[in-house]
Write a protein that binds this ligand. Structure first.
Ligand code: KG4
Ligand code: ZN
Length: 338
């Protein structure tokens, strides 16, 4: 079975073709970073309009590149939520219409299920059951996964998602958009010992998170430590040290809760997914912590940590082969529990 995947939930247009026998046949990604950079964040109206411009041309070029035609496609999967409704509607309308024209089934995929299953696109992929840490710009969730569609929420962020905390802290520090990866890059030059930030909610039982206080902690540290007459070099080093302290706090907090979750579930496998799983320090610290727990860590290749069409094609294939079908209408949900 060959499935076309379409991702348009936020600021990336992602298209992919997944084949149940051969694996991923190809994928295309258009990032809108340049479009939104001047505004310092995603402008929903501009995002939708850009998906309108890019989705069909990307599908056409992927089909041409893989030498496939419409008769080779057995199903279409599109992201149905959660995300920006206008952006989602573009992928949903195009996906549903193509499926109707091609006389194949369509399925609306949950964006976070896409992230969750992304590590399965790798040759060395995790086996069920496992515990998953989903860390993106919109979500921070710990989930016990027993199989496709068998998800039990263990804990989640009560305020900002981890990626959102990275983005907001980066913006406050005057770093360019998109903030998360910029802050992580700056943190690589920082001294982890100069500042110590709290590890929120680790002093009490449970698997929920809270990251919004770290942003305020970073703001207060910035105001206290950076003086007007500091040289540009000193300011940069202080910012790098603050970025590192912030990153260490987020990473340690995530690691502490993952250890708890793995112990509670008796799991031997931990899956990291979502944009923040691209973070180098998170991967390194999680690996060494899980080694002590006797658990293995799996994560997607870096380009499939952030939004992409491959994860939607794969999750869509899993859903379609389990018999999921959709009526003629299509759905786009801003909020949608997994
Ligand atoms: O999964 P994703 O592409 O989109 C959502 O579904 O939200 O995740 C994007 C998030 C952003 O908040 C971004 O700042 C964060 O992932 N991110 C990172 C890194 N790369 C992306 N955060 C920390 N370190 C990184 N290297
Ligand atoms: Zn995402």
């Amino acid at each position: 079975m060959r499935v076309l995947g379409i991702e348009t939930s936020c600021d990336e247009t992602g298209i992919a073709l997944y084949d149940s026998d051969q694996g991923l046949l190809g994928h295309k990604l258009h990032s809108q970073v340049d479009l939104h950079a001047v505004y310092g964040g995603v402008v929903p109206e501009l995002a939708s309009r850009d998906h309108v411009r890019k989705t069909l041309p990307l599908i056409a070029s992927l089909l041409a590149e893989t030498g496939l035609s419409k008769s080779d496609i057995d199903g279409v999967a599109y992201t149905a939520g959660p995300g920006l409704v206008g952006a989602l509607l573009v992928g949903a309308a195009i996906g549903r219409t193509l499926a109707w024209a091609w006389q194949v089934p369509a399925v609306g995929v949950h964006h976070m299920e896409g992230h969750l299953l992304a590590p399965m696109l790798e040759a060395d992929s995790p086996e069920f059951p496992f515990v998953a840490l989903l860390v993106s710009g919109g979500h921070t969730q710990l989930v016990e996964v027993k199989g496709i569609g068998q998800y039990r929420l263990l804990g989640e962020s009560l305020d900002d998602a981890a990626g959102e905390a990275f983005d907001k802290t980066a913006k406050m520090m005057g770093l360019p958009y998109p903030g998360g990866p910029e802050l992580a890059a700056l943190a690589l030059k920082g001294d982890p010992k100069r500042f110590h930030f709290p590890r929120p909610m680790t002093d009490r039982p449970g698997l929920d998170f809270s990251f919004s206080g770290l942003k305020t902690f970073a703001l207060n540290t910035t105001q206290r430590e950076i003086a007007e007459n500091d040289s540009a070099e000193t300011v940069l080093q202080t910012k790098a040290d603050i970025a590192r302290a912030f990153e260490e706090a987020v990473v340690d907090t995530l690691v502490i809760k993952c250890r708890r979750a793995v112990r509670e579930c008796g799991a031997g496998t931990l899956v990291l997914a979502g944009g923040v799983s691209a973070n180098r320090h998170l991967r390194e610290k999680m690996q060494s912590a899980m080694k002590k727990e006797g658990a293995r860590v799996y994560y997607p290749r870096t380009e499939f940590c952030t939004d992409n069409g491959a994860m939607i094609a794969y999750a869509g294939w899993q859903r379609l082969r389990a018999g999921a079908t959709e009526p003629m209408g299509f759905s786009a949900k801003a909020r949608w529990p997994m």
